[in-house]
Design a protein around this ligand. Structure first.
Ligand code: NDP
Ligand code: 2IT
Length: 446
């Protein structure tokens, strides 16, 4: 490892003990940035990298709520306000039993670069709780959300910090959170994104992350004269991002053959068409069931406890969670002829897996670039809220496509190597960094 990176990471680890995912995210960025900063000493003198890795504010709070039996439950709530140099803090809320400080700091850190790449004026933040929505009734989820917002409301605002969805937070949760915020503040503002269409939401926001990751795959493929038409695609996850990636890939002529959840994956070699996707949406969003029901319904194979990366494909879209592709799985994907990875999830590939992708010189689109369509469309929701005027589906989708193209161009600009290979990791890290760093310098030592 570059000794400068080693030294920087020793400091990060000492300051943030035990926060493994945060260390991982920072190291990947530091590897891209340290050589760049050495060539641009003004960033070094201003200690931008050291500052950018320290949250502006970390909020941790108790979230007590009553379950359906009348028993008191206690969860821990968080909001990491990472960086506000180019706009108010912006980023999702995650509800999952694995949530801890290190995971949310990694997500907030990634969000700073991602939001900068979108070209929109948004800083970075992330929050959530170790609350597990699985197996909870709607009423329990509502009481949790109300309790969570009863503390969070004092820290956020339409011009301060605008949360949204992430794992375990969709339209239902945003509704309960928004209702409680409005009640406490007596204000109807765009303080959350991912709102329902009748009460300030944007068309295409639910679709945006999956659509955006598919548009990004298309952009990457076009640099090699390829397209999605006729391509076999392995997708992991079966939540918001996976569902709409499946929809868009299919629409653009690809064939999605896998979906998964935390229990296992299904393999449908004939492809997950429109009608089957409708079944998945009903299964996951309404009945909140398990993906193995798909295998039963359509008579295809289900692999309990496994991830889909052993299935031969042209394109892989990890759309579930962090570190869901390891080195061995990355090697398997490449060996089986996979030419493109577009990450709908945040940091789904381990550092060793990323190295395999970069060494093999396939098209590798890291999450902070590939999945930025979600937060970008959140930014478009904020614009519509400020104007108090909604845009049509076509207008939002068109803007989303332009943004994904711009992000791709930024990656090409900062990531193209001497031999012509586009290193999208360097491209996204440096491209996302420059605007934030310049803003931080302009605003002084804050
Ligand atoms: P959802 O909660 O809608 O779906 C998550 C999916 O991933 C589910 O299928 C879930 O399975 C699976 N999953 C979650 N945790 C794990 C785990 N530890 N191991 C295996 N599978 C898991 O979330 P989203 O679709 O919104 O988010 C998916 C990814 O995309 C996350 O990394 C998120 O950060 C990222 N992302 C989301 C954006 C958005 O707008 N929603 C924007 C940008 C990135 P199960 O039901 O069994 O838990
Ligand atoms: O990781 C992400 O970019 C999100 N979960 C979406 C954040 C947002 O504010 O829309």
């Amino acid at each position: 490892m570059d000794p400068r990176v080693q030294q920087f990471m020793a400091m990060i680890r000492a300051k943030n003990p035990g926060e493994n995912e945060f260390h991982q995210a920072v190291q990947e960025v530091a590897e891209s940035l340290i050589p760049y900063i050495d060539e641009n000493p003004r960033y070094k003198h201003a200690k931008i990298l050291e500052r950018i890795a320290e949250p502006e504010r970390t909020i941790i709070f108790r979230v007590p709520w009553l379950d359906d039996k009348g028993e008191i439950q206690i969860n821990r709530g968080y909001r990491i306000e990472m960086n506000s140099a180019i706009g108010p803090y912006k980023g999702g809320l995650r509800l999952h039993p694995t949530v801890n400080l290190g995971i949310l700091k990694f997500l907030a850190f990634e969000q700073v670069f991602k939001n900068s790449l979108t070209t929109l004026p948004m800083g970075g933040g992330k929050g959530g709780s170790d609350f597990d929505p699985k197996g909870k009734s709607d009423n329990e989820v509502m009481r949790f959300c109300q309790s969570f917002m009863s503390e969070l409301f004092r820290h956020i605002g339409a011009d301060t910090d605008i949360p949204a969805g992430d794992i375990g937070v969709g339209g239902r949760e945003i509704g309960y959170l928004f209702g409680q915020y409005k009640r406490l503040k007596n204000e109807f503002t765009g303080v959350l994104t991912g709102k329902g269409i009748e009460w300030g939401g944007s068309l295409i926001r639910p679709e945006a992350t999956g659509y955006g990751a598919t548009y990004f795959a298309q952009e990457m493929l076009s640099t090699r004269g390829e397209s999605l038409t006729g391509k076999v695609v392995c997708i992991s996850g079966s939540g918001n991002v996976a569902q709409f990636a499946t929809e868009k890939v299919t629409e653009m002529g690809g064939k999605v053959v896998t979906l998964s959840d935390s229990n296992g994956f299904i393999y449908d070699p004939r492809g997950i068409d429109k009608e089957k996707l409708k079944f998945v949406m009903e299964l996951k969003n309404t009945r909140r069931g398990r993906i193995n029901e798909y295998a039963e319904k359509y008579g295809v194979e289900y692999f309990e406890g496994k991830r889909p990366w052993s299935i031969k494909c042209d394109i892989a879209m990890p759309n579930a969670t962090q570190n869901e592709i390891n080195e061995e799985e990355a090697k398997m994907l490449v060996k089986n002829g996979c030419i493109c990875i577009s990450e709908g999830a945040n940091m789904p590939s381990t550092p060793d897996a990323v190295e395999v992708f970069l060494k093999s010189k396939i098209l590798y689109g890291p999450g902070k670039a590939a999945n930025a369509g979600g937060v970008a469309t959140s930014g478009l929701e904020m614009t519509q809220n400020s104007m108090r005027l909604p845009w049509s589906r076509e207008e939002v989708d068109e803007k989303l496509q332009v943004i994904m193209k711009n992000i791709h161009n930024t990656c090409v600009k900062y990531g193209t190597k001497e031999d012509g290979f586009i290193n999208y990791v360097d491209g996204a890290n440096i491209g996302g960094f420059v605007k934030v760093a310049n803003a931080m310098i302009a605003q002084g030592v804050v």
